[in-house]
Design a protein around this ligand. Structure first.
Ligand code: ZN
Length: 418
């Protein structure tokens, strides 16, 4: 425990961007122990060690709300742009003799790459549970979601094996602000009704965050109404218990009847959504994670993130896995949005990458803004001397790289050039 004033470190920057308030010109962030003590102008600075970081922007660490670090070894190795063909390639590669070693190596490499790209908190989905054990070794803050696919060859493949895995990990690792276990029933089409209800019950019992892939493809949206097509083909080839996975018709009603919507579930992708569903998602207080570069990779029609936000849905950002995006950098992700949607508000992009992500992962008490009392998860991004003078536009239009990253007050990354 560090309480004395001499343990306070104050960092001055060209701009401090707290996210829950306006940017502060020449501002200071004071850190005591693992928490933010105060922010403001240098005259309000607490006693202790003072460091002038020069021409940088100081922001809260970014939140990558949807990734699969276990798939990191597949970067650039899958060529299909149709999700179902992509999935076939992925399954084939995942069954190769070296796959397990590759998966384990990719988890920690991916955590380091995530930090080097500005993320200090991630929502990581694990197919095998291995990433939760491995990520204990990384300073990154994380929700490790254990993924359930009913009848899959890899465990967990039903509610019983999910409960067992959750329980053994819960006993093996200490959960705190740095690591929380979550639960991810994979998608409405790949989890049986009984497994879905049991998974949600398990999450409720342990107050564990929940996430699910949802309306990712046009085939899924069609299958939910009519059955058949590529989803039925996927089920017949990869799932033993396909007989139970009948199309539910009204998918939101299906989720609701299993108790999912009352749990503020984080829905991944939501690429095919109509106005009525947007209104219902807003009413249910679900969050939606949009993965912009992965969305483009698969060639989906424009994502309705602005309509979702306007309706009051908490939209946040993710990279998805390296099997469908070139990097795990959230800074790249934000700049990609700014390039594709030049008329979008920089403050909205930043909010999605910070505060909204924290809310979606049930971590807003600890991270997402530079606020006194929250964890000192902070990133310093180099000011682009040839970029716009407005701090947020400079951040998003610029090419300024990441200079430093702190997680819980601890400096966990310095760029080689700093
Ligand atoms: Zn995913």
């Amino acid at each position: 425990m560090t309480n004395s004033s001499d343990s306070i470190r104050s960092y001055r920057a060209r701009w401090v961007v707290p996210v829950d308030g306006p940017p502060i010109d020449g501002g200071v962030v004071c850190v005591r122990g693992d928490r933010i003590h105060s922010i403001g102008t240098p005259d309000a600075c607490a006693a202790g060690v003072f460091e002038d970081l020069g021409d940088v922007l100081l922001l809260p660490g970014l939140v990558n709300a949807h990734t699969h670090l276990e798939l990191g070894g597949l970067r650039g190795r899958i060529t299909s742009r149709n999700l179902w063909d992509w999935f076939d390639e992925l399954v084939k590669l995942n069954r190769s003799p070296d796959a397990e070693i590759e998966r384990r190596r990719a988890v920690l490499d991916g955590a380091a790459e995530s930090i080097a790209g500005g993320a200090t908190t991630i929502g990581d989905i694990s197919r095998t549970g291995a990433s939760a054990e491995l990520l204990v070794q990384s300073p990154i803050r994380k929700v490790c979601y254990l993924e359930l696919i009913s009848g899959a060859r890899t465990l967990p493949n039903d509610a019983v094996t999910l409960c067992k895995q959750f329980d053994s990990l819960r006993r093996a690792i200490t959960q705190d602000d740095r690591l929380r276990l979550g639960i991810s029933p994979h998608a409405p089409y790949s989890v049986t009704r009984s497994d879905l209800c049991a998974a949600i019950e398990l999450a409720t019992e342990h107050n564990a965050p929940l996430t699910m892939h949802f309306l990712e493809t046009a085939d899924e949206a069609r299958w939910l109404h009519e059955g058949g097509g590529r989803v039925a083909d996927y089920l017949s080839r990869y799932q033993v218990r396909r007989g139970e996975s009948t199309p539910p018709g009204d998918v939101l009603k299906h989720l609701e009847s299993c108790g999912a919507l009352g749990r503020k579930m984080l829905l991944a992708h939501v690429n095919y959504v109509d106005d009525a569903t947007i209104a219902r998602l807003a009413a249910s207080r679900c969050s939606v994670v949009w993965c912009p570069r992965t969305h483009s990779y698969f060639g989906h029609p424009p994502h309705r993130w602005r309509e979702l936000l306007a309706a009051g849905v908490n939209v946040c950002l993710g990279t998805d896995s390296l099997a469908s995006t070139p990097t795990l950098s959230m800074l790249d992700e934000m700049r990609y949005i700014q390039t594709c949607f030049p008329d979008s508000e920089p403050a909205t992009i930043l909010a999605m990458a910070t505060r909204h992500g924290a809310e979606a992962l049930a971590m807003s008490h600890a991270v997402g803004t530079l606020s006194p009392g929250k964890r000192a998860d902070i990133i310093a991004v180099r000011w682009s001397s040839n970029g716009p003078q407005d701090p947020l536009r400079n951040l998003l239009h610029g090419t300024g790289d990441l200079v430093k990253v702190w997680i819980g007050g601890e400096n966990v990354h310095c760029s080689p050039s700093s």
